[in-house]
Design a protein around this ligand. Structure first.
Ligand code: Z5A
Length: 213
């Protein structure tokens, strides 16, 4: 049960170049329209420590990163983010919109890197306790199409340089999570023209706001 007056926690997820940043703007506009106080943040990142870890994770000019070290860095950044940004805002009644969260860890480290869901679930319990997002919007796209969009932006980061099989595993994991938790995880087909995607995202958040009142 939600505590009275506690903010809601919304996350947006998906593969490379799927349009999360673009659609967060839609979420922001709808929350503003409904007069809901909210903060927007991202993972990995959202704090000074988290942004430093993000830089380590995404840069391509260092030695290859061990997959378990990568997983632990994701949760180290998350622990700091939860303690200093997400939890205090939710407790104060502010809604939080986060660009990626633990579903990304299941998808990229559990699925993409093949560490499995069990290792992610253990760390999730340790770091988050009972905290889970209230709503997760998963933007779904064919990995080739998403990568083509990401490539248009120029230089590729360490994840974007992965092979297409990696992204197929990431996508399959997101889809499986949506099947397991259909109430929380809502899939939007992001391979369509932006206006159509944004209309679906707006309808989803409007429905969620309506049910949260
Ligand atoms: N990661 C992880 O491995 N484990 C974890 O636990 C977490 C993260 C939390 C950084 O995340 C990396 O961290 C990420 C996974 C890993 N892998 N990578 N790379 P990120 O979220 O910062 O990185 P990203 O997925 O590459 O996000 P992005 O670069 O910000 O892309 P986006 O936000 O999804 O897309 P966009 O910038 O909104 O759109 C991309 C382009 O497509 C842009 O030019 C848009 O104008 C265009 N676009 C968007 N939608 C459309 C439609 N519908 N049609 C046509 N064009 C469109």
């Amino acid at each position: 049960m939600k505590g009275e007056g506690r903010g809601r926690f919304i996350t947006i997820e998906g593969g490379e170049g799927v349009g999360k940043t673009t659609n967060i703007e839609t979420l922001k506009q709808r929350l503003q329209h409904h007069g809901i106080k909210h903060g927007i943040t991202r993972e990995p990142g959202g704090t000074e420590l988290g942004e430093a870890i993000r830089d380590l994770l995404l840069r391509t000019d260092t030695t290859p990163l061990n997959s378990m070290a990568e997983l632990l860095l994701m949760f180290a950044a998350r622990a700091q983010h939860l303690a200093t940004v997400i939890e205090p805002q939710l407790a104060a009644g502010t809604w939080v919109v986060c660009d990626r969260f633990t579903d990304a860890t299941y998808a990229y480290q559990g699925g993409g890197r093949e560490l499995g869901a069990g290792a992610v679930a253990q760390l999730e319990q340790l770091v988050q306790g009972e905290l889970r997002p209230d709503l997760t919007i998963i933007l779904d796209i064919d990995p080739e199409q998403g990568l083509a969009r990401a490539r248009q932006r120029g230089e590729l980061d360490r994840f974007e340089q992965e092979h297409v099989e990696f992204f197929a595993r990431v996508r399959a994991t997101y889809q499986a999570r949506a099947q397991e938790e259909p109430e929380r995880c809502r899939i939007v087909d992001a391979g369509r023209p932006l206006a159509e995607v944004q209309a679906d995202v707006a309808a989803l958040i409007d429905g969620f706001i309506g049910s949260a009142k």
